[in-house]
Ligand binder design. Sequence first.
Ligand code: SF4
Length: 252
Amino acid sequence: MFISKDRTAIIKQLKEYLCYLKDIGIKEIPCEARVRGQGSGGNSRTGVSPVNESGDIKPTLESVKEELGNCKRCKLYRTRTNIVFGTGNPNARLMFIGEGPGEEEDLQGEPFVGRAGQLLTRIIEAMGLKRDDVYICNVVKCRPPENRAPEPDEISACRPFLEKQIDAIKPKIIVALGNHAVHSLLNTVSGITKVRGQFSYYKNNIKLMPTYHPAYLLRNEGKKKEVWEDMKKVMAELGLEVPKKEEKGLYG
Ligand code: SF4
């Protein structure tokens, strides 16, 4: 097996350092990060997840789901049928994040499958993509009763898992759907009408496009054009072909 000179030197130095630790009485090195089995984004040969920029082990969607478990970290667990974790391509370049599951999503355990979800699917397809090309999830993973807005304590209880999902996928662009997704991801209180259509940054490194939630579009047909303008900016950023002519009713 070929081993580069650099690698040999590193192994030699590591061995010397371990011998030194042993000599001064250190018998073991604590390791907080649990090495997990292979998952999406992990090294399929060694089963070890890659490390992120901070040197921490990068989560995989499987590891995030496993950590979430049968979550009871906020009161939404009491009324849910299913946890709606997220769906799509674990290596997606584009991620759509809504606010929370509705009735149909709660029953099926999948995000954006009701009427608003069907409209989101049409938007994705109008962009020349399939649902399987992107990743779709919500700020909170359990349905708020009567489809009310998620409350601040629920958003903050669920937020670590959303952050880990984003960290696992590392998309090039996030589309934040509606006020709650925008507030949560950008730490802003500005209304969606004010911020939509302009790229911002999630944690200073992932471009984020705020736009209207598809459920809002179902009640306000006239706003579809604005969302399409926002999606054209996303398409341009992803290097996708943007239709030159406006096609009325592009995503019905
Ligand atoms: S909304 Fe999130 S934090 Fe609350 S119970 Fe569901 S999974 Fe847990």
